[in-house]
Design a protein around this ligand. Structure first.
Ligand code: APR
Ligand code: ZN
Ligand code: ZN
Length: 361
């Protein structure tokens, strides 16, 4: 059997997205059909539609999603129809060197659904990050589904599928922030704001938010920032040092993805501190640092991939914290929109007043 549903499709480079009817097959072995309840609009979706990822048009966009499993294919035991799930980009194999060494986020053999979703004329769709959830239903590998407490709002839960997990994970997994640490986060968009929430959850004593936009600094406070620095008005490195007794922060998280802000992060950390790069740079960006400073300051320079998360461990845990009122996921939802408003949400991304627009179905 197949299902005809409405979905947001990007047909060609830079062209506005369109709402179309697509065909979703019933799940085959190892697959799950998910009725999408909510899906956040992420920069990566816009990046796909601009052709910045690859040329495999048409794309089925949307990848920060939560929904309910409608049916599962042969051999699926971890999730069942009726389960409320958060989707992740790729199912891991559990068996490769990365998986066996406890770093499944670098798995060599990840997979998505094998069957293809198509347009009505049979043209195969490429689902963004293997998900494609700006759609009433989507087909994924069962391993892309993580069951969480259904009491959570779908709009909030879906955000854990990408940007918010990337930020929280940068703090709690990659940065390994501990009780009493001082943490600075440079760039407080969706990802940086989540890193602030993560640092706060981990028990950091000082959480310093740095941004060039006061509106972002306000949200940062709501999520647990104890100090804020507008780096248009004052020097970020000096301000962070001043706020940490002249030392610098134990962990500095860079959530912009630019050489200047990475350099600030490098110098704003304490000796033997940790820098975590979670902002994604472009291929031409280069960084020049005196090697003697790398040597002399010690510590760790890390990058964070998908928050170095383990969905089966981290998603249910973070949803529990959300339901207990200890993690304000609702603070990330600036607006909820309908499926036909994704293009408008892309336009709003440039205005800087949105953490996340979330499509609610
Ligand atoms: N110094 C400090 N903050 C800055 C600077 C700067 N020089 N330049 C931009 N910013 C701030 C912006 O004001 C904004 O609040 O960085 C934030 C970036 O946020 P978003 O554009 O909302 O991006 P976000 O979704 O948070 O992603 C940030 O992480 O995962 C990656 O690809 C993603 O590279 C991107 C980064
Ligand atoms: Zn994303
Ligand atoms: Zn693997």
């Amino acid at each position: 059997m197949t299902h005809q549903v409405r979905a947001v499709v990007a047909r060609g480079k830079g062209a506005p997205v369109s709402l179309e009817t697509i065909v979703v097959p019933d799940p085959g072995p190892g697959e799950a059909l998910v009725r999408v309840e909510a899906c956040g609009v992420c920069h990566t979706d816009l990046h796909y539609r601009e052709g910045g990822i690859n040329d495999d048009f048409p794309f089925l966009l949307g990848h920060e999603a939560a929904g309910v499993v409608e049916s599962v294919g042969e051999g699926v035991t971890d999730v069942a129809p009726g389960d409320f799930v958060i989707l992740n980009w790729r199912a891991v194999c559990g068996n490769c060197r990365a998986c066996l060494r406890g770093r499944p986020w670098y798995c060599f053999a990840t997979h998505n659904a094998k069957q293809k979703m198509t347009l009505l004329d049979g043209t195969e769709l490429a689902p963004a990050l293997g998900i494609g959830a700006f759609a009433e239903k989507t087909l994924v590998a069962a391993g892309q589904c993580t069951k969480v407490d259904p009491a959570a709002s779908a709009a909030a839960a879906g955000l854990l599928g990408c940007g918010v997990m990337a930020g929280i994970g940068a703090a709690i997994n990659t940065g390994n922030v501990g009780r009493g640490d001082s943490v600075a986060v440079i760039g407080c968009g969706g990802v940086g704001a989540a890193a602030i929430a993560g640092a706060s959850l981990a028990g950091a004593a000082k959480v310093i938010a740095v941004d060039i936009d006061d509106r972002k600094l306000e949200t940062a406070r709501r999520l647990g920032a104890t100090h804020t620095v507008n780096s248009k008005e004052s020097d970020a490195v000096e301000a962070i040092r001043e706020l940490t007794g002249g030392h610098g922060a134990d962990v500095v998280i860079e959530a912009v993805g630019r050489p200047e802000t990475y350099q600030q992060a490098f110098y704003a950390r304490d000796l033997a501190g940790t820098v975590v790069l979670v902002g994604v740079p472009t291929p031409e960006m280069k960084l020049e640092l005196p090697l003697l400073d790398v040597f002399g300051r010690g510590g760790a320079l890390k990058s964070s991939w998908y928050g170095d998360c383990l969905p089966s461990r981290d998603f249910p845990m973070l949803i529990d914290l959300y339901l207990q009122g200890r993690l304000d996921l609702d603070a990330f939802v600036t607006e909820t929109i309908a499926l036909d408003e994704v293009e408008k949400a892309f336009e709003r991304m440039h205005h800087g007043d949105v953490l996340r627009s979330v499509v609610v179905l």
